[in-house]
Design a binder for this molecule. Structure first.
Ligand SMILES: *Cc1c(COP(=O)(O)O)cnc(C)c1O
Length: 355
């Protein structure tokens, strides 16, 4: 730290992204990317013509893409907000709606960026404990009288709550914004998007990074009441009005146009998830029920940190956190069949040698 950094950031603990080794020698199951490349039409969309226009600014309103998303989800373009990854969207949410008078609540075990933004904006925060088995109890949020962020399915647990439960939370906090982070909703879960037309205080956030194989393009979006979208835009235009670059915008339009390709990939991932969980069961692991493209699992024989390190030594990257509540566990992205076979083979080897 230099002596110039503003004192308000002295205690800020920054987010720690998952490892992104640049030599590609790992079977990478640590940051929930898709194992499948973008659809061929997406590569064509980011073609010489589009790259040849990089001298021109992109459309700050992202009209073409917002219309595509609106049509796809049966809403209006005024209901759609675009961000440079849903991480940026979360930043705009915290900046626009949260302050000392309107603090924020989120699950105590959830996406690691929520506490970072709360800390960045020096917000009083309520970290709501999960129940037995990392289950999120909707009652704990009903009438809480705070802004709320919930990842559904939750990360890193993979557990989901129903649209009815979300509706109870949204309805019981009419003077606060509820943000449902649906980064993993397309792996077998049910989206709460149909509630958007009914509630002015609901924002649903999704990303192109997981289901849509576009983590490198950085694109997230929110769907909500036009007034909330206007507020987010006010903040966005005050920070970076060209937050989505031209190539990503073109790639995203082609992605929506090729929805079936991604639905098919998701089916494969869900099948691989079922096979992986079945084999881990057989090996004595405990795995939480997951509706995401990852599983949260632990072995009675090998603790989470050891499993993570031993897998890494054998060329397989998974995610592990040292926080005591979850230190026994590892989060494993569900990749291709071949990747999961390597993962399981290494797990068996580790159980034989270390367990
Ligand atoms: C991956 C993830 C995000 C971030 O997605 P980007 O669009 O890549 O920024 C947001 N929320 C949750 C819960 C995630 O797991």
């Amino acid at each position: 730290m230099s002596r110039f950094l503003s004192a308000r950031f002295a205690d800020l603990e920054a987010y720690v992204p998952g490892e992104q080794p640049q030599d590609m020698k790992y079977v990478k199951l640590n940051t929930n990317e898709s194992p499948f490349p973008p659809a061929p039409a997406v590569l064509e969309a980011v073609n010489r013509i589009e790259t040849g226009r990089l001298n021109l600014y992109p459309d700050p309103e992202g009209r073409v893409l917002r219309e595509k998303l609106a049509a796809h989800y049966g809403v209006k373009p005024e209901n759609v907000f675009l961000a440079n990854g849903s991480d940026e969207l979360l930043n705009f949410f915290f900046m626009a709606f949260c302050d000392r008078e309107r603090p924020v609540a989120y699950p105590a075990v959830s996406y690691g960026f929520y506490p970072v933004y709360a800390c960045l904006y020096q917000l009083p925060r309520t970290e709501v404990p999960l129940r037995e088995g990392f289950r999120l109890e909707p009652e704990d949020y009903c009438g809480i009288g705070k802004n709320i962020v919930i990842a559904n399915p939750n990360a890193p647990t993979g557990r989901i709550i129903s649209t009815d439960d979300i509706e109870r939370i949204v309805r019981s906090n009419p003077d606060h914004v509820v943000m449902i982070d649906e980064a993993y909703i397309d792996f077998g879960g049910e989206s709460c998007l149909p509630l958007v037309g009914k509630y002015e205080n609901l924002l649903v956030c999704q990303t192109f990074s997981k289901f849509r194989s576009l983590a490198g393009g950085r694109l997230g979006f929110a769907i909500g009441a036009p007034a909330l979208i206007e507020d987010l835009d006010k903040i966005r235009y005050s920070i970076n009005s060209y937050n989505i670059n031209r190539l990503t915008m073109a790639a995203a339009v082609a992605t929506i146009e090729n929805h079936e390709y991604y639905v098919n990939n998701s089916r494969k991932i869900q099948a691989n998830r079922a096979c992986t969980v079945a084999e881990l069961d057989r090996l004595g692991f405990e795995t939480l029920p997951s509706k995401a493209n990852f599983i949260f699992t632990r072995s009675p024989q090998v603790d989470g940190g050891t499993l993570y390190r031993e897998l890494k030594a054998r060329g397989v990257l998974v995610r592990h956190w040292d926080r005591p509540e979850i230190a026994g566990w590892c989060r494993v992205t569900i990749g291709s069949r071949e990747q999961m076979d390597v993962f399981l083979e290494k797990v068996r080897e580790i159980l034989r040698e270390v367990g």
